[in-house]
Design a protein around this ligand. Sequence first.
Ligand code: MRU
Length: 368
Amino acid sequence: MNINGKAFRTIWVKSDDEKVIQIIDQRYLPHQFITEDLCTVDQMATAIKDMHLRGAGLIGAAAGFGIYLATLEAPKDNSFDQFILLAAEKLISTRPTAVNLVWAVNKQMEAIRNVHHISDKINIAFNTANEIADSDAEYCRSIGKHGYKIIEEISKNKNGATVNILTHCNAGWLAFVDYGSATSPIYAAHKKGINVHVWVDETRPRNQGSSLTAWEMEQQGVPYTIIADNTGGHLMQHDMVDLVIVGSDRTTPTGDVANKIGTYLKALAAKDNNIPFYAALPSSTIDWQMEDGIREIIIEERNGDEVKYISGLCEGEIKKVLLTPVNSKVANYGFDVTPARLITGIITERGVCAANKTSILNLFPEKK
Ligand code: MRU
């Protein structure tokens, strides 16, 4: 997608040095555009854990490149495989909810498992990391193609009047390698001249909505309005929302969707107001081993300081301020699970389906 008119991805191999992976450091957005060079698997693990980069698809791509960096760093002797195994464990332990991370690490481990020569393992890890990143971008582009039809239909029913779409957190291109999941249909519709307007939930505590989604919308020229997290229900009661599209960090084949904390409440309000609620996700976000999202998906608990402090621009500098009594106890659950019964449909790279096992498996018959 474009930044000041120039096309960017969120992660890439440095053009003049294949041993360096570059990322957009999202901690500084929307105020500063800063890129970071990552040269070791430890640096990649820190970038994932401390959210220099974030979002399910991007975490997956980063983990793929993390294994590639590990192959460069590993001793070139018979301890090579052990080093890679430890690197894989380190990457997987960084963030528990987004399944794309494990998916990407497993893909890398599969690819290099039976390769004999270390130099071949390095080449294969490099190619596999690039394939993971490219397929993430391609999946998201296809999600846009399929999800676009939902917006087009609503626009026709409204005789071309603005389609108001509510989204939560950042399931935009910053959460993936390119395009985004929830935002991809919106970008596609906007590009085709459909009038869209996006209600952007600020998404406490880290505010990925007001800092990242808002910045993305601005860069792409899509009309948007930031709302405090609790506003959605009111807007829905007053016909100010036509459609909700969210992303996902892990989805079960039965259609339960884990996404940023607060998504479940939006789904309940949408159901109560007969507003279509879609989750947009690439198949790399489906955890084919799970059946019951509420019981089985591990919900990440993050540092309470994310709730207690808020950061923003103050006299030209990014500053952090305390919002609460110093010693307040805080709970910081990162995600919640929206049960399938509240979801109108799932938008994937292969098309749109109902949020149930039969429909999902019809799109992905190889998983039956
Ligand atoms: O904690 P984050 O920012 O990595 O959370 C992931 C998300 O951006 C959202 O939950 C998003 O809606 C999922 S789509 C990648």
